[in-house]
Design a protein around this ligand. Structure first.
Ligand code: WT7
Length: 634
């Protein structure tokens, strides 16, 4: 989507000798070749770094592709590897995480404590009747309890469905209904920029709309007055004080292919897709990618500044760092509140060694100038990371120079909710070019394919595909196998390739450059939104007859949303109506989905078959030539 994308540069950044020498994987080429040579042996070796209740009979079962199965016949539970096993080693007293609330609250949690808290809450859930296979929805801010709740669910084999705390009541209700969750875990509120986000109010409305929920467990975070419904709502701290909340809890032994979680993401239709991940392959792939790409060592302080509500948080705040026995930093709030140096102060105060964030956050902080960062000692940093959208070379260079003292490699990781873990990214020993996610991770084959199914020449744009299965691939779309097939596997069905939905190109050095989505998905500040979701929110307003939305490149947010609305007869567009519609979308989907511009129009450009030609709207919005209009109706 980012049309301001710069073409490949020949600007190279090579890692220092020190980085290469001490890297967990000093030779990318050798490991990549090893994986290509025997993929199953490669993943079996990685799986052997973890503990299993029963070993697999077969590494990969491709008999029913693309419904691939990994580590078939194995018994395991990701929580055994993330917590249980550490409590039997010296790591029991190591910090799992250091948490800092926006209001200054601090929590430090050792592996031992986290294991106990997880066990206690797992017992609470069991006492509420949650059984293996039952889905539990989690809707709260970035507080320690969200991690405890996720781990507790996984421990008893109940797939969690975490819904990002910025989503609206309707979005939450849709996700509850799709997952059919009886139990919901939430908080009274969350702190954001000095204000309370009233989460429990949103929950009350969502549960009114999706009455399948009969139990709501509420973490007290902000302490403001909320509605507690007798017989449905319980305080987390009350339940955790009951004798039932014992510190010991048997971990459910799962099949490698049993569901671990559902995570909803936007697709090409209005209905969100429940991406399904499982216990076995996911634990192998996420831990391997983190260990190798971010070079995690026992003395690191790892800070993934994402939200647990997104895949980045699931894989790289919760599961992979815990499997590796790492110490994480987790924070609540915003990068620039109360001051634009909050992050740099955190890096200094806790001695963060690796920081992983999104281009939109980097650009946002860059705007405040170098002085805020320069006030702090950032010399503990060893590696930096980027995710969510292409990073523009200007932001890359600022991040590298001002935050990384020109010494820290930038690990730009391309992946998706569906892939579970990094797919294209450098290892620290790989040479970098600003704006390129570099090369595929060992065990991963990718290509750029044109519409005729041929591999593109260097420099030519095409569809990014993944050729062949990987352990943390999505297993299906929850309750909708057909959508899984149609969305990802139908375009290159014969070849059996996974269609990522991104346009990309490869340069002469074999480096990959992601250009952006080529489907009806929009990335705003790294958040993924479907045009259909925003459009259906617009037409749900009484004044709007028809709507089309497009992504327009934006310096800060990557893209912003422009909407085109045809109003119902007798209603005229006005500044007031524009404001009202923006808020309406905010209420229906979430604040992130608010269009930045709404145009009132008489007609929308359509093909003769009635499809809206967003390409024409996009060209017009940016003052570019509209191109081929031969399929335009009039
Ligand atoms: C889409 C997936 C993966 C966690 C966060 C996003 C875009 C992601 C990069 C990157 C260029 C990127 C792609 C992708 N994307 N990382 N490093 N460079 N683009 O997960 O919400 O599922 O979004 O984000 O367009 O398809 P997601």
């Amino acid at each position: 989507m980012t049309e301001d994308y710069s073409p490949p540069t020949s600007e190279w950044y090579h890692p220092t000798e020190d980085i290469v020498e001490h890297a967990n994987v000093p030779d990318y080429e050798a490991v990549y070749a090893e994986a290509q040579d025997d993929l199953e042996a490669f993943w079996a070796k990685r799986a052997n770094t973890l503990e299993w209740h029963k070993m697999w009979d077969k590494v990969l079962d491709d008999s029913n592709a693309p419904f691939y199965k990994w580590f078939v016949g194995a018994k395991t539970n990701i929580v055994h590897n993330a917590l249980d096993r550490h409590t039997k080693t010296w790591r029991r007293n190591k910090l799992a995480f250091i948490w800092e609330g926006e209001n200054g609250d601090k929590v430090t949690m050792s592996y031992w404590r986290l294991w106990q808290e997880g066990n206690k809450f797992a017992n609470v859930l069991r006492s509420m009747g949650v059984k293996k296979g039952d889905r539990v929805t989690i809707y709260m801010g970035r507080v320690p309890e969200i991690i405890i709740a996720m781990l507790a669910c996984a421990k008893i084999g109940a797939p969690h469905s975490v819904v990002y705390g910025g989503f609206s009541d309707q979005a939450l209700a849709d996700r509850i209904a799709d997952a059919q969750s009886r139990v919901l875990v939430t908080a009274d509120g969350a702190w954001l920029r000095g204000k309370i986000v009233r989460l429990k109010d949103v929950v009350d409305e969502a549960v009114r709309r999706s009455p399948v929920v009969d139990t709501v467990i509420v973490v007290k975070r902000t302490g403001h007055d909320i509605n507690m419904e007798q017989g449905r709502d319980y305080w987390y701290h009350d339940l955790m004080a009951l004798p039932i909340a014992s510190r010991y809890c048997e971990t459910e032994v799962m099949d490698a292919e049993d569901p671990l979680f559902i995570l909803y993401t936007s697709g090409t239709t209005g209905k969100p897709k429940g991406v399904l991940h499982t216990h076995g392959g996911y634990q192998v792939y996420t831990s391997t990618t983190l260990e190798w790409a971010f070079d995690i060592k026992d003395d690191d302080r790892w800070w993934c500044a994402a939200d647990p509500g997104w895949i980045t948080g699931h894989s790289y705040i919760v599961y992979a760092p815990l499997i590796l026995g790492a110490t994480s930093i987790i924070y609540e709030g915003a990068p620039n509140f109360p001051y634009p140096d909050r992050w740099w102060r955190i890096v200094e105060e806790y001695g963060v060694t690796i920081l992983y964030t999104a281009p939109t956050a980097i650009r946002g902080l860059m705007r405040f100038g170098d002085a805020w960062a320069n006030r702090h000692d950032l010399s503990s940093l060893r590696l930096l990371g980027s995710v969510g959208e292409p990073i523009n070379p200007e932001a890359w260079r600022w991040y590298h120079r001002v935050i990384g003292r020109e010494e820290c490699p930038i690990i730009d990781t391309w992946w998706q909710t569906e892939t579970g873990g990094f797919m294209i990214c450098p290892l620290p020993s790989v040479g970098l070019k600003p704006g390129s996610a570099t090369r595929p991770f060992p065990g991963i084959s990718v290509d750029i394919i044109n519409d005729e199914g041929k591999s593109c020449e260097p420099g030519e744009d095409g569809n990014l595909v993944i050729q062949g299965p990987w352990p943390s691939m999505l297993r299906t779309v929850w309750g909708d196998d057909q959508r899984f097939l149609d969305q990802y596997w139908s375009k290159y069905k014969e070849q059996g390739w996974y269609l990522a939905g991104d346009t990309a190109r490869r340069d002469a050095d074999g480096y990959y450059w992601i250009i952006g989505r080529n489907d009806d998905v929009i990335k705003v500040s790294g958040y993924r939104l479907g045009t259909a979701e925003v459009e259906s929110a617009l037409v749900s307003h009484e004044t709007v007859a028809e709507a089309a939305v497009i992504a327009v490149p934006d310096e800060l947010r990557g893209n912003v949303i422009h909407a085109y609305c045809i109003l119902v007869n007798g209603v005229d567009g006005s500044k007031e109506l524009e404001a009202e519609l923006k808020n309406h979308v905010g209420d229906e989907v979430g604040p992130i989905a608010k269009p930045s511009v709404i145009n009132f129009v008489e007609k929308l450009p359509k093909t003769r078959s009635g499809k809206i030609m967003r390409r024409i709207l996009k060209a017009e919005a940016q003052g570019l030539p509209v191109g081929d209009t031969s399929t335009l109706e009039e």
